[in-house]
Ligand binder design. Sequence first.
Ligand code: ZN
Ligand code: ZN
Length: 639
Amino acid sequence: MTPLQELRHSCSHVLATAMLRVFPETQLDIGPPTETGFYYDVDLDHKLTAEDLDKIEAEMKKVIDENQAFTRREVPRSEAVEIIRKIGQERYKIGRLADIPEGEAISFYTNGEFTDLCAGTHIRYTKQIKAFKLLSIAGAYHRGDEHNKQLQRIYGTAFPSKEELAAYLNQIEQAKLRDHRKLGKDLKLFVIDDAVGQGLILWTPAGSVIRQELQNFISAELRKQGYQQVFTPHIGRLELYKTSGHFPYYKDAQFPPLVDQEAWGRIANEGCSCAELTHRVEAVSARFAAQVNERAGREVISASRVLPDDKLVEGFLLKPMNCPHHIKIFASQPHSYRDLPVRLAEFGTVYRWEQSGELNGMTRVRGFTQDDAHLFCTEDQVPQEILGCLSLVKTVLATLGMSDYRVRVGLRDPDSAKYTGDPANWDKAESACREAAKTLGVPFTEEPGEAAFYGPKIDFVVRDVIGREWQLGTVQVDYNLPQRFDLSYIGADNQPHRPVMVHRAPFGSMERFVGVLIEHFAGDFPSWLAPEQVRVLPISDKVIDYAREVAARLKAGDLRASLDEHADKLGAKIRRAEVEKVPYALVIGAKEAEARSVAVRSRARGDEGVMTVDAFIEKLRAEVAARALPQKKPASATP
Ligand SMILES: [Zn+2]
Ligand SMILES: [Zn+2]
């Protein structure tokens, strides 16, 4: 553990100590450190409240003031069971003890009256915890499995100093105001409905505007870079994913296969068991196995997966990846080196199975649309293609005001033999990734061992306005799939050659990216992305005809405009436009109607004076075309 993790984890022991003082009947599960703090999962019939947290926190302060020492003791397994019984924590700790493999040390840590089964490590004395806070309570299934009992997870954090804790708490407050789940609901940007399914995003009309504008923007940049748009279906045959290796190796992260109608009938008649069905769905023919193994140059499909043809079960998979479909488009034509690179782009929707406890608004979902593309190129073209991907990311992030980002270059682990492809090609691809990352002029780290087995990669991590980091998408070089699908092109030497593939979805998915953008902008989208760009606010019914005419002219000018026809006072209308984060409001009173003008209020800059409708339309259209970020009024110089 790092010193910070050690501090935080030790604080979770302090939490457990206090917990048992306040609620002696508590059964403890586990209390690891997290990226930003720690938690402890507890089983307690009483439902913990905010007042309880205050009480527990006060008791934790006492434990810290008692300056208890942490001591470690290693024991044999039989004695460990006895200790767990003696401290009355059998319900979960016996199971946790069983997780420790034979031959590994079993240790207990004691501080004051509290003893816990734990591998460590810890700080030496409780007083080393200078600043901590309990933050929240959430439900968490034992071992993350929804079939198990739901426990109460107490979250907290600890820092080496009071100042760091205060800064972190402030960031949490800011984050709460920006939470995309809350803003998404308030601003009606997306919906998740249990009847449709958890983790499946329904884009409302307002949210769809944002997504469509972003897609238009990204697509236009892709066209400039020579990409071609394709569309592919949401499912594909199991055999396709057996060829790519996505099935059954990643089946835990996928929706279960859709088995063929006819096969269902046959299986039912044969009285086939579930285990047998699974085996038959995952099986392949001897010919298929031989073909894939030969192309891969090693045994990627073992003999145990081979069954006679009449035992095989046909089916489909909701696509977990777009690559195999794009590969089949590439393979549908013969290619010469002169056609390369071929760049196929699709906002392609894929489905992955995430545990329900992992789901989170738009940022962790079960169905999402990647800003995906696959580049098929010669080996020599790899560096240029990576550069192209990075320049696209740079343009898009700069336009969104996210200039603070870094990249991680995932390289192979020099000591491992698990990697596919020629080491010389790997060297070239890795140096291409490294060189491309350098040209970005942003911080980058090289991470040995973080490459996929089939090629090196580049990940993007952006920092938002309140300092939180978000992992977006990747650019990944791949020597493996061209092999498995036996792709080729004819080189200048008139001989067939294997192309290299580059997978890239630099923004990850539209769901995740828009979720991040909602928080980044705190819902205050720049006018080019705002679902409603301008709202007309008539002061009274007397000017309603002119107000309607203005709204119609705005719409005719291709602006997303509406008219507030509510009967309430101007102040209320202005407030509503503010709350709904509409970038511009046009106030219309008798004077404006008379002069056929509008009084402009900018959400970012306040009052912008009176102008003609045409002048306003021209101004806003220019702002939208430039994809300008909301500009605050420059602070006036002090007299
Ligand atoms: Zn511990
Ligand atoms: Zn791919």
